[in-house]
Write a protein that binds this ligand. Sequence first.
Ligand SMILES: [Fe+2]
Length: 209
Amino acid sequence: MIVVISFHFQFQIHNRITMNLDTKDASPVEVDVQKYPTAQKLLKRCQDFFDEIENLTPGAALESYLNASYGPSNPIYRDLCALTLQGLKEGWVANFPIDGEKYRRSKICLPKPETRFFSVTTVYMESKEEYAGQYHSHPYGEINCVVQIDEGAELMGMQGWQGAGWTSPGAGTHHYPQVRGGALIALFFLPAGRISYKAKPGDPQPVAL
Ligand SMILES: [Fe+2]
């Protein structure tokens, strides 16, 4: 009986936290990582990445650093891409439609001590022409691992279009997630899971992007 009450309480708290983090996302709270060994491996590699970068600050300098040091020849980057693509095949990566099949999302992990309080989310976007998703802001910035499905696919960051590699919009920036040149997955990490859908195009951007 105690176990049942405890579970119910945690479930209520969990749901409330999720609604605050992302009020436009109707997907379930988190992927059931225990069900998928590949998801466990992906989270482990995310943790390896967080171990190395947790004290760095999202923004243009971090984006340059990640592209120089964690690009396609880096073992962590390669594993993040391979495990994300494997998860797509297994059906737990970006499996909830936002705008049909071409724009989908799933949360792999909410912020917690094991992930240095980063959240881990996957978004699938597919379009030959430029396509924009939901306008949003990142109060504490964002770190995006661009996982290409099509070789020419690119994600727009605050510094421009990015193929295989990374973008890292700074704290307080806001934008449309945009893709062109095919299909990709943005595997992204948000400090404290913070994202907001209240910003509007034309709102002032912070000094540092
Ligand atoms: Fe973003």
